[in-house]
Design a protein around this ligand. Structure first.
Ligand SMILES: [Ca+2]
Ligand SMILES: [Ca+2]
Length: 133
């Protein structure tokens, strides 16, 4: 509930700084030695703990080291983490777009059916008969 409030709060007021701070806090969670970079060991440890909290997660949903270490230097910086978050965010939006468009297709199919029915009806009473008679 509290987390929901924080998230919706920063979305509603568009407070970029707060969102950035939140991302940074998340980024710092695996950073055990506090050098502002996530090493491979820190990453693996974090993923192991993370997976314990989500036992139902499929391997496809596991965070992948390669996705985060963009330049392949063996460390994840906050900039790289932000890049990956932006990519994940936009792919989430893609998914939402897709589900919305299928809903629209469904509505259009319904309207097309309705239109077809009206062609066979002389007036509203007939149409009513066709549907509910
Ligand atoms: Ca570190
Ligand atoms: Ca890197």
């Amino acid at each position: 509930m509290e987390l929901w409030f924080i998230v919706s709060n920063s979305v509603v007021f568009g407070c970029v700084q707060e969102a950035l701070q939140r991302d940074y806090d998340e980024f710092k969670q695996p950073d055990i030695d506090g050098d502002d970079m996530i090493s491979r060991a820190e990453f693996n440890l974090y993923v192991q703990n993370y997976l314990k909290n989500y036992p139902g997660l499929s391997p496809d949903d596991y965070p992948k080291w390669e996705d985060f270490d963009k330049d392949g230097d063996g460390f994840i910086t906050f900039a790289e983490y932000e890049q990956q978050m932006a990519i994940q965010m936009s792919s989430e939006k893609e998914k939402q777009k897709y589900s919305r468009s299928t809903t629209n297709d469904y509505k259009i199919a319904g309207l097309t059916n309705l239109l077809r029915e009206t062609q066979y009806a002389d007036n509203f009473d007939d149409l009513f008969e066709n549907f509910f008679g």
